[in-house]
Design a protein around this ligand. Structure first.
Ligand code: ATP
Ligand code: MG
Length: 560
């Protein structure tokens, strides 16, 4: 683990429970698990759960965290997702070692447990239609009523379950249910389903099964089989906990994990439900699961987010039971902090205009030194070529500029970063009056951007040598949605609330030539923001850079 990370060591109420359990010797070893369903890619919400579960395993002596694929829904699940999930967890900096499991590893045991429940008179095969089951369930104010099939004998139930398993019935014809209490105030206890018929082959077990276990049954039993001590899940499972405990009590499993709920991460200006992410990807609203605007870990990685920043963010938001909506700026601040500390600096002109140094010799070239990182002296300097023709940012010149404009206007002197002082003498305009070339004279006594006579200039602008610059496409990303909580805008489809400016493509940006050797790690383009080469589309002949994040939070300004 990277030593700049102190995230997982911050305490929370779950760690307090674990501390007490170790103190009282209820447990001598802590085992947690992260149980993704392989039906999509992981997102930043999952990162919260990963940092919590794997973080505990890292910090406690002898503790482990299992990675368990919760693969009970064949049809929606794909091995493509399994591999992507593993890659994302490893990228975040966590490792499961030998503790890789699948709920499907336990299908035989789960089935044996279901038979045990039937034999105890605690489960039965129901043959009501799905509609009738719904009707019989009652609602929040009315109790449910017993199914006419609830009184089937143990023998009949066993025989029916066996036939369900071997595929003798159609989907929906029968259902194995727990026999608990149709009048329970907690609707989850009104004879919940244990197995449903599904004639779908499974990536791991093939065509062996025609029934698949329901989450509430499979999850607690899998936790118990693995000897999980603390089963951490999000708050919507709070009123499933009585059922979690009911199954384990009835089955007298050797371990009885403690389910503890915490609030899920919600982030503004994005969506995180897998259903919505699927819609955005499949509907072509984004370029794929790794679209850099998505909150998926693959998208964020491609965008240039660092694992360090995400772990730091997860540590800052903490783990509580309070529902919350975290501002994107909190995430971006973690990112900026990490990038500021680690990203080398470079010069890049995003909206280029020519600057001609009229008194600089025609064929002269020199190599100047650029500081790679202001806070890392060991990172030293790099060579930056300088010549008569440069590119500067179009916005760094202005006609009739006000006094406070510390950049170029005719008669004003500025510093070219790491280079010389130049004074604007003249501009060339095209027919429509747009400036196409800025002419300056330079002071040869100011090499390195320092003046011998102590003369000060207020402004420093960045530049690249036109002859040496490399051209690149730059993709500027912004928030994917134009409103903070797209899913809450009842009157509108969230897909109509996509921020039209969330992707802005700039062509022919001019970068300093050292960036030709850039790998995918991040750079600060001075005065612009943080950028990295796009890991998918960038090639040596056609460079593509992503803007990871701006230097400052421009949204905070806008909303003020
Ligand atoms: P969805 O409800 O969008 O389908 P999910 O929660 O069902 O997502 P899983 O693959 O089942 O997705 O999630 C694996 C683990 O990640 C679960 O333990 C779940 O509680 C946790 N998790 C998912 N989303 C969040 C979130 N936003 N914040 C914290 N934990 C989360
Ligand atoms: Mg789930």
């Amino acid at each position: 683990m990277n030593d700049t990370f102190d995230g997982t060591t911050s305490s929370n109420f779950i760690r307090a429970i674990i501390d007490a359990d170790l103190e009282s010797a209820k447990h001598t070893q802590v085992i947690t698990r992260f149980p993704p369903e392989p039906n999509g890619h992981l997102h930043i919400g999952h990162a919260k759960s990963i940092c919590l579960n794997f973080g505990i395993a890292q910090d406690y002596v002898n503790a482990t965290c299992h990675l368990r694929f919760d693969d009970t829904n064949p049809g929606k699940e794909k091995s493509e997702y399994i591999n992507a999930i593993k890659e994302d967890i490893r990228w975040l900096g966590f490792e499961w070692g030998d503790n890789l499991h699948h709920t499907s590893d336990y299908f035989d045991q789960l089935y044996a447990y279901a038979i045990q429940l039937i034999k105890k008179g605690k489960a039965y095969v129901d043959s009501l239609s799905a509609d009738d089951i719904r009707l019989y369930r009652g609602n929040l104010t009315e109790p449910g009523k017993n199914s006419p099939f609830r009184g089937r004998s143990v023998e009949e139930n066993l025989e029916l379950l066996d036939k369900m398993k071997s595929g003798e019935f159609a989907e929906g014809e029968h259902l194995l249910r727990a026999k608990i209490d149709m009048a329970a105030a907690n609707i989850n206890l009104r004879d919940p389903a244990i197995y449903r018929i599904k004639h779908i082959s499974h990536p791991m077990t093939g065509d062996k099964w025609h029934i698949y276990p329901m989450y509430d049954f499979a999850h607690c039993v899998s936790d118990a089989i693995e000897g999980i001590t603390h089963s951490l899940c999000t708050l919507e499972f709070e009123n499933h906990r009585p059922l979690y405990d009911w199954f384990l009590n009835e089955l007298k499993t050797s371990a009885h994990p403690q389910q503890i709920e915490f609030s899920r991460l919600n982030l503004d200006y994005t969506v995180m439900s897998k259903r919505k992410l699927h819609e955005l990807v499949e509907g072509g609203y984004v370029s794929g699961w790794d679209d850099p605007r998505l909150p998926t870990l693959s998208g964020m990685r491609r965008r240039g987010y660092t694992a360090n920043a995400i772990r730091d963010f997860c540590s800052r938001i903490g783990v509580t039971k309070k529902e919350n909506m975290i501002e994107m700026s909190v995430l971006e601040n973690s990112l900026r902090e990490d990038l500021d500390a680690n990203a080398p600096r470079a010069l890049a002109v995003l909206d280029p205009i020519k600057l001609l140094i009229t008194n600089y010799p025609e064929d002269k070239e020199e190599i100047l030194q650029g500081v790679n990182h202001p806070k890392k002296p060991e990172a030293a300097t790099r060579d930056i070529p300088f010549s008569k023709e440069l590119y500067i940012e179009r916005s760094d010149y202005m006609d009739d500029a006000p006094k406070k404009f510390f950049r170029l206007t005719v008669g004003r002197e500025v510093r070219l970063r790491f280079a010389y002082y130049v004074t604007c003498t003249h501009v060339v305009k095209n027919d429509t009056g747009d400036v196409i070339e800025v002419h300056c004279s330079y002071d040869p006594e100011t090499r390195g951007g320092k003046s011998e006579d102590g003369r000060k200039v207020k402004g420093t602008i960045h530049w690249v040598s036109a002859k040496h610059a490399v051209s690149a496409q730059i993709r500027q990303y912004d928030r994917l949605f134009s409103v903070p909580v797209p899913a809450a805008e009842k009157a509108k489809d969230y897909k109509d609330l996509i921020n039209k400016d969330s992707l802005q493509v700039l062509e022919n940006c001019q970068l300093e030539s050292s960036l030709l050797d850039a790998n995918t790690s991040a750079y600060q383009f001075e005065r612009q923001g943080y950028f990295c080469q796009d890991s998918v589309d960038s090639t040596q002949d056609a460079l593509v850079f992503n803007r990871i994040v701006t230097l400052r939070d421009s949204w905070a300004k806008k909303s003020k």
